[in-house]
Design a protein around this ligand. Structure first.
Ligand code: C2O
Ligand code: CU
Length: 456
């Protein structure tokens, strides 16, 4: 239907008479309670906290260089804030209460408005009391599209989570501050979901080429993922394209907050079911099923890297090296650490729910771990003295891993540092502001593994 000019004018007048709030609806991001079928059919629904009514929250998609503008409306019972994980963002929009903004009180709102400079797979999540709020469902995908995307038949976002549900009621077990979890591997669950459901299925055609955007939104679970009936490559990690796509041979790790973009070809024939599996010590289980239907596709050959995000080239050999010791936790209990200006014993810290420390601080210290001048190159060496792995995340910057042979590895925003392991990274401090640096096992962050750096 084509509107006459007159009709159009009437329509637009009508729109202008609507209250302003109605106008803003499409750009509101409403944090609210909801219910969702997380557990398998036959179980009750689970009360969840959501962005927009479902878990994951609405998928936000913008072109590279595009602007994201969302008015966060807090209809929850707790203060909250949104962090745009992995975006090299303007500091004021980073969503960290106590560092970049005040938490948004229930009934209040806050406008996030920023440019997304890099194409890739990102996500957004609560950064207030995240050990509880992310576990209750406050996360969603943020996809920044390439100007010329790769040639695929389907582009699927798969957001993995790990829930701890009561087996009778399917309610989230609300023991978020449980000292055992905090001091061990973090809050591990009893049900793995993809896109907010148990073992979902997506139909794919035989011979089709898929882009899978995997995002690990769980509090603490490190997935080890394997393909079944699919063959392909990892083409990006934490949003950033790999210069050379990496063929997926066995399984590959995905730590909390990490992302992996895969381009895979369906090798199963029609009538079969391909899938993605999570490998555990005592076997594996499927997390997503891809029933295969018949198509006339012939498989494509070869793969090209994704277009690069124009990250800076640099040399790190002369860059100052800052050592960060990861300390504490079960089996390596803290003898003591600083909390504010106070030196406390390990026992005193444990009574306050503090089990971990970064360089002797059991909370975000007053002074930054690193005070960098804009544009400087720095190295950080994470020394894991604990008996557990940690997923170390820097805000506002991607960094490069320094590989054991001294060469520069992929760009990442979250690096998994295994127990006993030492890993070096190098970054260009090119984004001014105060930025968090923490473990993304959210229980570890809540109980001591939190620091920050300043770029000015
Ligand atoms: Cu997704 Cu402070 O992190
Ligand atoms: Cu940790």
């Amino acid at each position: 239907m084509i509107l006459s000019r007159r009709r159009f004018l009437q329509t637009s007048t009508a729109l202008m008479l609507l209250p302003r709030a109605a106008h803003a609806v499409s750009s509101d991001l409403i944090a609210l309670d909801s219910e969702q079928q997380i557990a398998p059919e036959g179980y009750p629904t689970t009360p969840v906290w959501t962005y927009g009514g479902s878990v994951p929250g609405i998928e936000i998609r913008v072109p590279q260089g595009g602007r994201v503008r969302r008015n966060l409306v807090n209809n929850l019972s707790q203060p909250t804030a949104v962090h745009w994980h992995g975006i090299r963002i303007d500091n004021a929009m980073d969503g960290v209460p106590g560092l970049t903004q005040d938490a948004v009180e229930p009934g209040q709102s806050f406008v996030y408005d920023f440019v997304a400079p890099d194409a890739g797979t990102y996500w957004y999540h609560s950064h207030n009391r995240s050990v509880e709020q992310v576990a209750r469902g406050l996360y969603g995908p943020l996809i920044v599209e390439e100007a010329s995307p790769p040639d695929v038949d389907q582009d699927l976002t798969l957001m993995l989570d790990d829930w701890r549900l009561d087996p009778e009621t399917a309610h989230i077990v609300d023991d978020f501050d449980n000292g055992h979890d905090l001091s061990h591997a973090g809050r591990l669950g009893n049900l793995v979901s993809v896109n907010g459901g148990f073992d979902p299925s997506y139909s794919v055609g035989s011979g089709e080429r898929l882009r899978l955007r995997l995002i690990n939104a769980s509090n603490a679970r490190i997935f080890d993922l394997a393909l079944d009936g699919l063959a392909g490559w990892i083409v990006a990690l934490d949003g950033m394209p790999l210069a050379v796509p990496l063929p997926v041979e066995d399984s590959f790790p995905l730590a909390p907050a990490q992302r992996a973009d895969l381009i895979v070809d369906v090798t199963s024939s029609s009538g079969e079911v391909a899938g993605l599996a999570s490998i555990e010590r005592d076997g594996g289980y499927g997390v997503v099923r891809f029933p295969v239907f018949e198509t006339a596709h012939t498989r494509r050959r070869g793969i090209a890297p994704l277009p690069s995000n124009n990250m800076p080239e640099f040399q790190y050999e002369e860059a100052p090296l800052h050592r960060m010791s990861l300390q504490g936790g079960a089996m390596r209990w803290l003898e003591g650490a600083k909390l504010g200006d106070q030196d406390l014993t390990g026992r005193e810290l444990a009574q306050l729910g503090r089990f971990w420390a970064l360089n002797g601080y059991a909370e975000r210290p007053k002074d930054p771990f690193l005070d960098a001048q804009l544009g400087q190159i720095h190295r950080i060496e994470f020394v894991n003295e604990t008996a557990f792995p940690h997923a170390m995340h820097l805000h506002g910057h991607h960094f490069r891993l320094i590989l054991p042979d001294g060469s520069l590895g992929p760009w990442r925003d979250t690096v998994l540092v295994d127990r006993g392991e030492t890993r070096q990274i190098a970054l260009v401090a090119d984004n001014p502001g105060d930025w968090l640096l923490h473990c993304h096992m959210l229980g570890h962050a809540a109980s001591g593994m939190m620091s920050w750096f300043r770029v000015s």
